[in-house]
Each structure stands twice: as C-alpha cells, then as structure tokens.
Design a protein around this ligand. Structure first.
Ligand code: ADP
Ligand code: ASP
Ligand code: MG
Length: 440
C-alpha cells in the first residue's frame, strides 16, 4: 500500500463528464488499497475567466480581493470532485488550502509556501477517506488572509503536500502524456521523455515549459519527491522526474498502459546531449538608453528596479560610446511586471540620469536545455546555425551551464522552436497527442 498524491489540472476537470472520469481514476487508486490525496485545479479556463472579469471592473484590483476571487475556482472543483467520488461509493472530503494547512507568506498573487501542516488531511486518510485539496492557495501566516501561489500553483500545492505527508509519489495529471522534448502544441513531432532530472526539469520550467510549475520542481528536488507527469485521459505511463537512474515509477495500477515510447535514448549508455527546447511568450524587454558609464550606475538602476518586485531574466549592457561616456542597458522581465517597473524607473530618471526608456513586449524566448551540453562543444554553433537557416534574427543571448536562451521577435518564435527541435534530431516519427485543454 502506497500514499499517493494526485494532482488534476484544469483541462482534466473542465466539465461534469471529465470530473466523473477523474473520479473513477481516483476511486480505482483508492480501491487498489492506496491512501489517496488529490489536489485539484479550477475547471478549464476558470482562472483566466475570473481574471478577465476582474479586469473589466477594475484597472488595479486590490491584490487581496484578487486572491480571494481566484481561490473560488479551485473550491468549486474540489467540492464537485468530492461529490463525484462519493457517488462511486468511495468516501471523499474536500478541504481548502487553509484547511489543509498550507501556510504562506504575504505576497498576494505569488505567495510562497512557508509550511504545510496537514493534520486534517492525515485524519481524513486515517478514516479511510480520499482527501481532496484545493490547489494553488494557502493562508497568510500573519493576517489569516487567503493567498494564491501564482499561475500553475496547484502543481506546487501537490508536491508540497506530498513532501509534508512523505508520499511515495506525486502524480501530476494533465492533457498530454508527459514531459516532451518541446511543447506538443507547437512541435507535433515532439517526443515523450521517459525520465528527466530535477535540474533539467527546473531549467525547462524556468524557461516556460508550463507542464510543471517552477516552484513545484524546486520543492520536489529539495524533498526528493518523485514526480510522475502523465495524462488523465489515456492511462498511459508518463514521465518520471527523479535523479535516480533506473528508478521504477511508484504507484502504478495494473490497468496502466505502458508509455508509447517513441524511441528516445533513455536506456542507451549515454544520456542524450539535449533534453528539450522550451519557449516563453510571457516576457518583455526594457532598454534604458543613455546611462552614465560610471561605477555604481547599474547598482542604483537595479536597486530601483527591485522596488517594483520583478524577477529579471536576461541583462545586457552595451559597450559605452567613447565620445559620450554613455551606455545602454537592456533587460527582460515578465510582461506582467513591466508596468510597475516602468513606473519606478520613470520616477527616478533624474536621479539615475538616463535619456529615455524603450519598451518592447513583442519578444519571444527560446531555450535549449540539456545536461550533456556541459561536455559537448559546438552546441551553440548548431543552435545559431539552425536559426540562421530558418531566417530568424537573434536579439539577445544568455547561457547557463545546461541552457542556451535566445530572444527573437515573438512572431518568429514558433518557427524557431521547430527549426531547433529538428536541428538537434529530436523529432519523433509520429505526432504527439493533445487530449484536451485550450492551451490558454
Ligand atoms: P494543466 O491544466 O493540467 O495544469 P497546463 O496547461 O498547465 O496543464 O500544462 C500542460 C501543457 O503544457 C500542455 O498541454 C502543453 O501544451 C504545455 N507544454 C509546454 N511545454 C511542454 C513540454 N515540454 N512537455 C509537455 N507539455 C508542455
Ligand atoms: N487555477 C490556477 C491557474 O490556472 C492554478 C493551477 O491551475 O495550477 O493558474
Ligand atoms: Mg499547469
């Protein structure tokens, strides 16, 4: 008997028949003798619809109210799912994030989990119930106000609960069969990865592969929680995120279908050099033009930028023009953080002493990821060659030990991803299946 945490994403519970299908899977897992904790997302695109509604009523909605609003989505799905499971003759009880003991800091909209104290969930399991927990939400330790963990945060709820409960596995059920070498919505020939290390998955998630939220992978790595990403539609075995080579996937049911392995090199002696290609459309670029090229300018500039609370990504400083002693600095950041960042910069123009600000939200970022890059020369040359052959201009470049990222025009991003995927021989012979979701 195992303790299994299962998370079902919005596309897996988008309507009543889907909720019933998911309920059957949960009931099967419970009837096979496992303890089951389920984390559920809001139905379909509910979260986006609630955000649209709020934006219609307010340009600057109070963040506390925004968080209460958004947690409603997960509360709807958790109770409906509990009812559906109950109707199959299996006892189930639903809990809000607060009731489940998910305690966070005060950062509305992107709260961090400080602690998980799941005593009520344990009691529920002891009574033989399936415990259903609303994803993506917690409670502010100090004020007792409801908080949300940021988009995709139900993944984090699931892994955090799995860690706190000492679960054998955290299963993330979604609308594709696992982690692929690229987003199958852009690259139909993407192939499923059988096993991926936390480090590579972290880079993929940080680079925009939204199949797993970044913080959930960080959590999984810290507490060594095996994460099994799979489809709630197919019953196929998916992708295991783990650092243990050859680790078998815990928690499988006899009726699970072996994965449709499209011949990746998992079992060969050498791991492939490239794990995948990720893309991100959610960033924007700010250029600060005409900065004095003297010590301390960058420090002051980024102190001021930090006041806006944005997580910066790439930073590039141009060579100073000798005659003027002035330079430009460009940086990328989540587009959602741009208005606040532009505001603090505009207010400090005199103090920092720059000429003007340029803003560009038509950028896309492509990232090539693979731990094998460390020991393989020529990867960048091949990447840039593939983009040249596809006629795609590179605007910025940054690298880590196992990742190379480039910024392009947003309307060339999809072509760039496909070209690079092909250039690194990642294409499978068949097309990946997308079972649901709108890709929103
Ligand atoms: P859920 O609603 O289940 O949380 P998400 O939409 O957040 O689902 O994540 C699943 C989606 O992630 C897939 O439908 C796919 O379009 C996208 N995706 C992006 N990159 C990848 C990748 N490398 N492998 C698999 N899916 C990916
Ligand atoms: N419902 C939230 C979102 O759409 C959280 C999640 O689904 O993980 O981002
Ligand atoms: Mg998600």
């Amino acid at each position: 008997m195992a303790l299994i945490v299962q998370k079902y994403g919005g596309s897996s519970v988008s309507d009543a028949p889907s909720i019933r299908r998911v309920a059957r899977r949960i009931a099967q897992t419970s009837q096979a003798g496992n303890d089951v904790v389920v984390v559920v997302s809001a139905m379909g695109d509910t979260t986006d619809e609630l955000i649209d509604l709020a934006n219609e009523l307010s340009h600057k909605a109070p963040r506390r109210e925004m968080d209460i609003l958004l947690t409603a989505g997960e509360r709807i799905s958790m109770s409906l799912l509990a009812m559906a499971i109950d109707s199959l003759g299996v006892k189930a009880k639903s809990y809000t994030g607060q009731q489940a003991g998910v305690i966070t800091d005060a950062a509305y909209g992107k709260a961090r989990i400080i602690d998980v104290t799941p005593s009520r969930i344990r009691l529920s399991l002891d009574k033989g119930h399936v415990a259903i927990v609303a994803g993506f939400q917690g409670v502010n330790q100090e004020t007792n106000d409801v908080t949300t963990l940021g988009r995709g945060g139900s993944d984090t709820t699931a892994v955090a609960l799995a860690a706190a409960l000492g679960a054998d596995v955290c299963e993330i059920y979604t609308d594709v069969d696992g982690v692929f070498t690229a987003d199958p919505r852009i690259v139909p020939a993407a192939r499923q990865v059988q096993r991926i290390s936390y480090e590579e998955m972290l880079e993929m998630a940080a680079s925009g592969a939204k199949v797993l939220a970044l913080r959930c992978v960080e959590y999984g790595r810290r507490y060594d929680v095996p994460i099994h990403v799979r489809s709630s539609f197919s019953g196929r075995v998916g992708t295991l995120v783990t650092d243990v080579p050859g680790r078998t996937i815990p928690g499988l049911l006899p009726e699970d279908v072996p994965s449709d392995s499209t011949g990746n090199e998992e079992d060969s002696m050498e791991a492939p050099i490239i794990t995948g290609v990720a893309h991100d459309r959610s960033e924007a670029k700010i250029t600060v033009v005409g900065l004095p090229d003297v010590p301390g300018t960058a420090a002051r500039l980024f102190e001021i930028v930090a006041q806006a609370g944005a997580n910066l990504d790439m930073i590039v400083q141009n060579v100073s023009a000798a005659q003027t002693g002035l330079t430009d600095i460009s940086f990328t950041l989540p587009a959602a953080d741009a208005p606040a960042t532009l505001e603090v910069l505009t207010n400090s123009r005199q103090e920092i002493g720059f000429d003007e600000l340029k803003f560009d939200d038509q950028i896309g970022k492509l990232s090539l990821i693979g731990a094998g890059m460390r020991s393989s020369p020529g990867v960048s040359a091949r990447l840039f060659g593939a983009l040249r052959d596809a006629g795609i201009n590179i605007e910025m470049i940054s690298t880590s030990e196992i990742r190379i990222s480039v910024v392009t025009r947003i309307d060339t991003l999809d072509d760039a991803v496909r070209a690079v995927h092909t250039a690194f021989a990642l294409d499978a012979s068949g097309d990946a299946v997308i079972y649901g979701g709108t890709g929103r």
